[in-house]
Design a protein around this ligand. Structure first.
Ligand code: DAT
Length: 174
């Protein structure tokens, strides 16, 4: 028997909006595989240079794509990253951009230890909806959806909505 087809889901948005929280819980509830691109890069040392301004290694985007390709072709993967324009468009069946109110995001990032330019730039990234615009350019607009991610009720609503979408997708494709 052929394996059930399962969708690939991209969770993107500014750091601190709640991608990891949503992605891990979604994985637990659905059995889909959760992949955190930041962790993947760290584990495989998929870096390409060093950013002097932010004092952090630069992601080797092609290396990440090569590393994930086989898994993505099989389907059933939830990918979490604060950027989205270097993944092959064909990988994803749906893209969620999580959004958080500025003051809430500021507080979350501050308690994560962000200060100075890093804190300012990330909050500005959210204010300018940089990642949403990146997603709208990189993917077909019909598959890009914004999700509010301000409080636990939002989290629960998002989980339920995505699970419903997965169920419908599975019915349509199997
Ligand atoms: P990201 O993976 O986008 O960087 P995260 O999942 O690590 O974000 O969440 C950042 C912080 O915000 C963390 O302390 C958990 C909290 N958080 C996430 N989703 C939330 C929500 N819907 N309501 C309140 N807090 C949330």
């Amino acid at each position: 028997m052929k394996a059930m087809k399962r969708p690939n889901i991209l969770l993107t948005g500014t750091p601190g909006v709640g991608k990891t929280t949503l992605g891990k819980e979604l994985s637990q509830r659905t059995g889909l595989t959760y992949v955190n691109v930041g962790d993947l890069a760290r584990e495989g040392q998929l870096y390409d240079g060093f950013d002097e301004v932010y004092q952090c290694p630069v992601l080797d985007e092609d290396g990440v794509v090569d590393e994930l390709e086989e898994k993505m072709v099989q389907g059933g993967v939830i990918v979490d990253y604060h950027g989205c324009d270097f993944f092959p468009e064909r990988w994803f069946h749906i893209v969620f951009v999580l959004r958080t109110d500025n003051t809430k995001l500021y507080n979350r990032l501050e308690s994560r230890g962000y200060t100075g330019k890093k804190l300012q730039d990330n909050v500005q990234c959210e204010i300018f909806q940089t990642i949403y615009e990146e997603a709208m350019e990189a993917y077909s607009e019909e598959i890009v959806h914004q999700l509010p991610s301000n409080d636990p009720e939002d989290l629960e609503k998002n989980l339920e909505q995505i699970m419903q979408w997965i169920e419908q997708w599975m019915k349509d494709h199997n």
